[in-house]
Ligand binder design. Structure first.
Ligand SMILES: [Ca+2]
Ligand SMILES: [Ca+2]
Length: 506
């Protein structure tokens, strides 16, 4: 009768009394009876998905009918930004509700729960599990295998892991790094053999099975898709949506980097993702563009399969759906591919909420952060606010999408490099003090760096004041994509970059 969850509640309740944390108490004494009336959560993540989504107008040709339909059912945040343009730090921030500058998690390692200070930190799914929800996961939610071991206690039920699935016998594109994942193109295979199809399958079976049968059990189901993360492989059917003759290439300005500081190059100094130069010389820009669009449309179809299963389960009326991506992706803009930048292509992400308490067909243009998801879900599910969270609930915007917000969206990449995105502008400050400033109303591609213009100094200052006060050094065990400035020296992955060093790959 009294299962693991009961004892967990007893233990958590005892811990709360011990800690005298009165604000948390109401949430912790929720039993199965009180949880019955709570909304469920369907939490859908997409990997490396930029704003090339129909309702975001990031690419004029992209076909994403299912995500667009979800936006119609709920509220779209069309100025939403990640906290870090890289998987591990972005996802760590979203799941803990803490900024990268507050945890020191900037690289692909470490897993935050390996740090003694955060070992017992209550993440978003643990919050729900500790208060009576049953939490399920499939695919990529945390980076790599983080959080997917039973002993991690991140989720109650752990389903199919993320994978690429069907792959060609050899790489389709001979990229300079030779990295196995950095590849794209069309080759004959079946959609059913792709990793994301299998992830959707597991979610559908869970919705059709336990979640349809036990309608009194509140659930938190997280489903993490891997595409359009490289390798961007797709079947012909998805490529046919984007005929090469009619393809519109991303807006790319040659020489765009002439007015960006050297430090902007240090952020992505030497990565497996090729530069624009390689795409141009090997005639791959159109192929990569089509491959990314095709992968996006495929993922959209898998989102559609899961949403149909939710509708069929009879539980959609009482389920909050939140869909997000961990960061964006450049396809030649600013002379690079990939992420690891503080510009719009890297920071802007899809973010949609739908379900009880959420306005339908609304578009909120205020700057918001993925960090806001944790406090928003708590408020939508009628839990008390959690004091440690650094984001702000979006419920006011979910009720009225025109509701102003007092905070910009801040993106951080490595120690002490930040971007501050307001409704109209973007301010960037790098660790060496160099800056950029863009007016996205007149310059949506961020081509003209306006920093240093004296007539803008007050406006720039109004953005600078939002830079985080706390800037932790990289946490112990930090590795992969780590850049540090120490004693005036710039260190990329343990090796000094000298001022005269040529940018790799240019
Ligand atoms: Ca990612
Ligand atoms: Ca420029």
């Amino acid at each position: 009768m009294f299962g693991r969850k009961y004892w967990m509640l007893v233990l958590v309740g005892a811990a709360v009394l011990w800690g005298n944390a009165i604000s948390l108490r109401a949430g912790c004494v929720q039993g199965k009876e009180q949880i019955k009336s709570k909304p469920n959560v369907l939490f859908i993540a997409i990997d490396d998905q930029n704003d090339w989504i129909g309702c975001l107008n990031g690419h004029p040709q992209v076909v994403t009918p299912n995500i667009d339909r979800l936006a119609q059912r709920g509220t779209l945040f069309s100025n939403a930004h990640c906290q870090s343009p890289l998987c591990n730090p972005s996802r760590t921030s979203l799941m803990t509700g803490l900024r990268p500058s507050s945890t020191g998690i900037y690289g692909l390692a470490p897993w935050i729960k390996s740090l003694p200070e955060f070992k017992d930190y209550e993440t978003l799914p643990q919050y729900f599990s500790n208060r009576g929800y049953t939490t399920y996961t499939t695919g990529k939610i945390y980076h790599g295998r983080n959080g997917r071991q039973k002993k991690d206690t991140e989720f109650d039920v752990i389903g199919t892991a993320s994978s690429v699935g069907a792959r060609p016998k050899a790489k389709l594109v001979n990229t300079p790094s030779g990295h196995g994942l950095v590849d794209w193109g069309v080759f004959p295979h079946k959609d059913e053999d792709k990793g994301d199809w299998k992830v959707a399958d597991w979610a559908i079976k869970t919705l059709e099975g336990p979640l349809s049968e036990n309608k009194d059990d509140a659930f938190f189901l997280s489903v993490g898709f891997f595409l359009p993360h490289v390798p961007c492989y797709a079947t012909q059917k998805w490529f046919d949506l984007y005929p090469e003759k009619e393809l519109i290439l991303p807006p790319i300005k040659l020489g765009d980097r002439q007015d960006t500081p050297d430090f902007s190059w240090y952020l992505h100094w030497n990565l497996p993702e090729p530069r624009l130069k390689f795409l141009t010389e090997s005639n791959q820009l159109a192929n990569l563009t089509r491959s990314y669009l095709a992968s996006t449309s495929f993922v959209d179809s898998q989102v559609g399969r899961v949403l149909s299963a939710l509708d069929k389960s009879g539980r959609s009326e009482n389920t909050i759906v939140v869909l997000w991506s961990d960061h964006g992706f450049h396809l030649g803009e600013k002379e690079i591919t990939g992420k690891n930048t503080l510009w719009e292509e890297s920071t802007r992400v899809p973010l949609i909420f739908a379900g009880p308490g959420v306005s339908k067909g609304a578009n909120c243009r205020e700057p918001v952060e993925l960090l806001d998801i944790y406090p928003t879900l708590l408020e939508l599910c009628k839990f008390p606010a959690k004091q440690s969270l650094e984001g702000h609930s979006l419920v006011p915007q979910l009720v009225n999408s025109n509701q102003k917000r007092d905070f910009p969206a801040i993106t951080t990449h490595n120690h002490d490099n930040h971007s501050v995105r307001s409704t109209r502008y973007r301010f960037i400050q790098y660790a060496d003090g160099s800056e950029e400033f863009y007016d996205l109303q007149s310059d949506p591609n961020e081509w003209v760096n306006l920093s240093g213009r004296s007539e803008l100094s007050l406006l720039i200052e109004s953005h600078r004041k939002f830079l985080p006060d706390e800037n932790r050094r990289p946490a112990p065990g930090s590795a992969k994509r780590i850049l540090e400035r120490r004693d005036g020296k710039v260190i990329w992955e343990g090796k000094e970059i000298k001022p005269q060093d040529p940018v790799p790959g240019l």
